[in-house]
Write a protein that binds this ligand. Structure first.
Ligand code: RIB
Length: 306
């Protein structure tokens, strides 16, 4: 049972800083990590590390990063048949993490900007074998819409993570999604509504349900997760952890949710597992370097059904 991730890959350049520099100022950062990232790739890596078969549909550049990204997918057991090459730069993401573990991310989409609807068609036979299509917004919106339409045409459930927030996302063109998974900021941007209180979140989520999306899952960081399908709803509390680096925690959540949901079809179980998995990831530095494999996660949370 496999998962298709149609999305981005980036090279993360993470500087651990004590503060942001002022304009014209040079400051020293105590630590730095270079690693594989990109929301699509991160979600794919998590699902693969937990045991899913994953096919990645993405584009890398023709620079020194490209080979490493492809090797990283392959080493994690991901099908790289549809990792395509493009002239120019691969995606890169300079990231700054402060001492409170808050991050600021700049993305340079590079080759990700060239991923097209034709690339989805070229991978059609493989994607049709999948039980879930997972999407984010670091590729052109037209490609996202094409992937949503592909899922609908072939009866494959689609999960959309509307990140990073894109004000020009047309909700009507993603209304056939089975899951939309925004964080609070993205929810507010998508709906134009406040998201301060539980009632605010409920009301904003209702806007997405009214468009036609089947399930709305709102990640609320240390406040947990809200889920509704219009008939039922639940707030899931987050486990308390000592956060060191929250970069990629949302991707950890989505990768784990996708893996457990494809395996069990049980949304509550999948949300609980994803919350624990994302919580575990923030206790380690880096993006993909912070993601546990199935064995490591099981050792910490033996009650989770992977
Ligand atoms: O969600 C975290 C990811 O956002 C990073 O890996 C970075 O590459 C950006 O895509």
């Amino acid at each position: 049972m496999s998962i298709a991730v149609i999305g981005s890959n980036m090279v993360d350049l993470i500087s651990y800083i004590t503060r942001m520099p002022e304009e014209g100022e040079t400051i020293e950062a105590p630590d730095f990590r270079l690693g594989c990232g990109g929301k699509g790739a991160n979600q794919a890596i998590v699902a693969a590390r937990l045991g899913s078969e994953v096919v990645m549909v993405t584009r890398v550049g023709d620079d020194l990063f490209a080979e490493n990204t492809i090797r990283n997918f392959a080493e994690n057991g991901i099908d790289t048949t549809h990792v395509l090459r493009t002239e120019g730069s691969s995606g890169v993401a300079p990231i700054f993490v402060d001492q409170q573990s808050h991050n600021s991310i700049i993305i340079v989409k590079g080759a990700n900007n060239q991923l097209s609807a034709d690339d989805i068609e070229a991978a059609a036979d493989r994607i049709k074998e999948c039980k879930l299509i997972v999407l984010q917004l670091e590729i052109p919106l037209e490609t996202v819409y094409a992937a949503v339409a592909f899922g609908k045409e072939h009866g494959i459930p689609v999960l959309l993570n509307p990140a990073p927030a894109a004000p020009d996302l047309v909700l009507d063109r993603v209304k056939s999604c089975d899951f939309i998974v925004p964080n609070e900021t993205e929810l507010s941007l998508l709906t134009g509504m406040p998201v301060e209180s539980e009632d605010d979140i409920r009301n904003a989520a209702a806007v997405l349900l009214n468009v036609g999306i089947k399930n709305v899952i709102v990640t609320l960081g240390s406040r947990g997760v809200y889920w509704t399908d219009g008939e039922r709803e639940e707030f899931f509390a987050a486990t308390k952890v000592q956060a060191r680096d929250t970069t990629g925690a949302g991707d950890a959540f989505i990768g784990c949710f996708s893996h457990v949901w494809v395996k069990t079809g049980d949304i509550a179980k999948s949300l609980e597992a994803a919350g624990l998995y994302a919580g575990d990831s923030v206790t380690r530095l880096g993006t993909q370097t912070s993601y546990a494999n199935a064995q490591e996660f099981k050792a910490k949370y033996p009650e989770v059904d992977l």
